[in-house]
Design a protein around this ligand. Structure first.
Ligand SMILES: [Fe+2]
Length: 370
């Protein structure tokens, strides 16, 4: 048997260099990046006050022509992700200002989006030809893949909060954007910058948004990416919160209701859910955390949220973020408070990565995963 000489011993560090030259990395040098006992999230809690962002948004109305911006968004940078323009690593969250008479070009994308009206009248979004008008606190969704455009039919500027999972779809290298919209005119596909509105204005809110456990028959088929109800009226949800206020509610959420898909019973979007929650005067919730991130806007009242031990004070129309796996508890002031919460829990649930922990009144923590 031929003798195979053993290789000369490497000088210290040589082996690492040989691995690197071969395009290989030993897992022992990567352990700290991957073998963590729980998520190590660089994001932090933060609040953006209406007073502060409103001034910037109204300045943008004068300084940034719509032809330049198309969508005049001001996206909030999480303090743990400075300069990123992302409110969490997976979510964009911010406000958009629209002058009277302005309308975006129609477009569609793989990211999903929600919008909550915070100021003004005349805001609208047209989704797949259906026009949805927004009043204060109303929510409209843009399921991924559906053509949509927004604008302002009113006499004064409007301001709304946008939450999109665009950084998440980008992270997955699954971002597609299209603006080559066309409509059939005399059997010829003709390019258009805006959709022709069809059907009844606010149809989905009228058809599905009334109480009483009744729905149109048949329920219109969606595209599978989001709810068949595209517009959710604040007034209807607020009425339901009021009807439920006598219940004990959740120790961690107060009285909470969810904007759901009447066709499936599932969340409003495949990747995002939207809840409205009432914190009754002086109510204090118990600590909870989840791997999903949540962007809140306060629609009524005032209070504070303690996020990983830091207190963030909020009032009407303020926006705040609770990062994934950060402990949080809410407290309302002496009056009722209403929060609208958008989270990416459905995306994580679909991946089997939605982990939640809740602390009870005596400090015991329970964990569940779904
Ligand atoms: Fe969009």
């Amino acid at each position: 048997m031929a003798h195979v000489p053993s290789p000369a011993p490497d000088a210290p560090g040589d082996f690492e260099q040989r691995l690197a030259a071969a395009g290989v990395r030993g897992f022992w040098s990567m352990l700290a990046d991957y073998e963590m006992f729980e998520p190590d999230n660089p994001e932090s809690g933060a609040v953006w006050t209406y007073r502060d962002y409103r001034e910037l948004a109204h300045r943008a109305l004068g300084e940034i022509p719509i032809e330049k911006a198309d969508r005049r968004n001001l996206f909030f940078s999480n303090p743990g992700l400075p300069g990123s323009g992302t409110i969490t690593q997976r979510l964009l969250g911010g406000v958009q200002a629209v002058n009277p008479g302005e309308v975006q070009s129609v477009h569609r994308h793989t990211a999903a989006a929600t919008r909550v009206l915070l100021e003004g009248t005349g805001a609208f979004t047209t989704v797949n030809g259906g026009k949805c008008r927004l009043e204060y606190g109303d929510v409209v969704i843009n399921p991924n893949g559906l053509w949509h455009e927004s604008g302002n039919d009113g006499d004064l500027p409007v301001l709304w909060m946008d939450v999109l999972d665009l950084p998440f779809t980008k992270m997955l290298n699954a971002n597609f954007f299209a603006n080559d919209y066309a409509e059939r005119v005399d059997s010829v596909m003709t390019p258009r910058t805006n959709q022709t509105v069809t059907g009844m204005t606010d149809r989905s809110a009228i058809a599905y948004g009334t109480a009483g456990g009744v729905r149109p028959s048949p329920v219109r088929a969606g595209n599978g990416h989001g709810s068949v109800q595209l517009l959710y009226k604040y007034a209807s949800a607020r009425t339901l919160l009021e009807r439920l206020r006598g219940e004990a509610g959740s120790e961690h959420e107060g009285i909470a209701v969810e904007y759901y898909d009447p066709a499936t019973g599932g969340p409003a979007l495949r990747t995002l859910d939207v809840h409205l929650q009432l914190l009754r005067a002086g109510e204090r919730t118990l600590p909870a955390r989840q791997t999903a991130g949540t962007v809140y806007c306060c629609l009524e009242g005032a209070g504070r949220t303690v996020i990983d031990g830091r207190t963030f004070v909020w009032g009407e129309r303020d926006v705040f973020v609770v990062p994934g796996w950060s402990w949080r508890r809410h407290e309302s002031d002496a009056g009722d408070a209403v929060l609208c919460a958008v989270s990416d829990a459905p995306a994580l649930r679909r991946l089997g990565l939605l982990v939640r922990e809740r602390e009870d009144a005596v400090g015991r923590v329970t964990r569940e995963q779904d």
